[in-house]
Write a protein that binds this ligand. Structure first.
Ligand code: AMP
Length: 219
């Protein structure tokens, strides 16, 4: 089993949900750069300049690489001291970032420990899912849409309040798809395909089926 599992997928593809499941099953650390950025926004260490960089996130745009590397590499270092491996969720969204992480992995001597799984979904399917999902304000658990889940107001995991994510708003969702949809992700998936590291799973399957397909892909 490789130590670094990289999940690719457009917004709404379910990579957050699947990353949590993989992390639980293998006792790996789960690193979502989206979660790190949302936590960092409230952190006293965030300078006014940092807060300025975070404005991009509110508009559905990518935040600068320097901030991603700062938060993600620190989290990876930290997790490697406690866990066997890590799942990277949304942490690599451009070809430049793929190269930046590759340099970092080489420095750490783990460049041969990487497997990449893309959860495939169309932009339209991703948008629909984002418009309908909810998230727990307290623990970040994602509640995908279903007629049953639509009635829920309290997180089934921790009892926290379920809300709509601030950037799951239709105009921001459109920006996110423009910036982070399949067309934008293509250079990243091509990079990993060229390196012989890419596996694909069908994101339209039921969540449990997607999970099984990912487990098979990473074995
Ligand atoms: P997510 O929770 O994964 O949907 O990410 C929320 C937002 O955080 C994205 O819309 C981006 O603004 C920002 N973000 C997360 N990961 C990255 C990344 N690797 N590079 C640039 N921006 C990111």
């Amino acid at each position: 089993m490789k130590k670094i599992i990289v999940l690719l997928g457009i917004p709404g593809s379910g990579k957050g949900t699947q990353a949590k499941r993989i992390a639980e099953k293998y006792r790996y650390g789960h690193i979502s750069t989206g979660d790190l950025l949302r936590a960092f926004e409230k952190h006293p260490d965030a300078s006014p300049e940092d807060k300025q960089l975070l404005q991009n996130m509110k508009q559905g745009k990518l935040v600068p690489d320097s901030l991603i590397y700062r938060l993600a590499f620190r989290a990876i270092d930290d997790f490697f001291s406690k866990h066997e491996g890590v799942v990277l969720d949304g942490a690599i969204r451009t070809r430049t970032q793929a190269e930046g992480y590759e340099t970092y992995f080489r420095k750490k001597g783990v460049e041969n420990e990487v497997v990449v799984v893309e959860i495939k979904l169309t932009d339209e399917e991703g948008m629909e899912r984002m418009m309908k999902r909810k998230i727990c304000e307290a623990c970040g658990f994602i509640i995908p849409y279903s007629p049953h889940n639509d009635q829920l107001t309290i997180c089934p995991k921790c009892g926290g309040k379920l809300i709509k994510r601030e950037d799951d708003d239709i105009s921001i969702i459109r920006n996110r798809m423009q910036e982070q949809g399949n067309a934008s992700e293509k250079p990243v998936r091509d990079y990993y395909e060229e390196h012989g590291l890419l596996k694909e799973v069908d994101g339209r399957l039921e969540m449990d089926e997607v999970e099984k397909a990912i487990f098979q892909a990473v074995q």
